[in-house]
Design a protein around this ligand. Sequence first.
Ligand SMILES: [Zn+2]
Length: 276
Amino acid sequence: MLFFLSAASAGWSAGAWPEIRGEHFVVSYAPEHQDFAENTARKAEDYYNSIADDLGYARYSNFWKWENRVKIFIFPDHAAYIRASGQAEWSNGMANYTRKEISSFAGSEDFLNTILPHEIAHLVFRDFVGFKGEVPLWLDEGVAQWEEKNNRDQRVVLFRKFVRDKVLLSLQDMMRLDVRTLRDNATIRMRGVTLGGEETTVLFVSDNKLVELYYVQAFSLVMFLTERYGTDSFINFCRKLRNGDSIEKALQGAYPTQIRSLVDLEKLWLEYVRGL
Ligand SMILES: [Zn+2]
């Protein structure tokens, strides 16, 4: 999950905790969780290298080194993490773009395999595309989930289930929906798309379902772009966004013979989805 700037990390002092200082990361941890912190530090460097390769991130940059290293805070448990971060109860980790911080807690079963690569991917991606371009949230979340490599198969299975049930959001809704603002127990009316092509349906989905659908669809869009057209074109697409192109212009530039508009993207993605 992705969260923007909050006062979350202002409340504790890193000086009070022991630190492990690696090449790109500094892990601060509750003292009783040294083993977990060492694992975190090692894995974080591995993920960084793998994600940087996937995104064509310029390695010559020293942006992540020395005093610019990303800080990772490991709280002793979930309750302490929620208390300090002020995040929603379901949150298991967060990244702060501008402060270059990742926070989570020791003993989180999937922290090392899931949350850590997800949050590092957000940071690398944002570093790469910057802030001036028109970068949709689905692309950001799609990339972050794509980099949870252990979960790819499981996500494809989940996505197939939505496809089978013919519950999909239109790309237009994907563009305008901000899942971070959804409230509990809300039922939200969305424009759906049918796999048959011609007819538009209206979906009524609970917010939990909507968040799940939004995320897995974001994943499938990135999977579609990278698997169908290759990593080089995808990196090119991201580079055009970084240079300030609108999303349609970036698509046209990176996929000149295939994707001329968001309508094309939706159409081609739906064709791909039908074949999954
Ligand atoms: Zn995320």
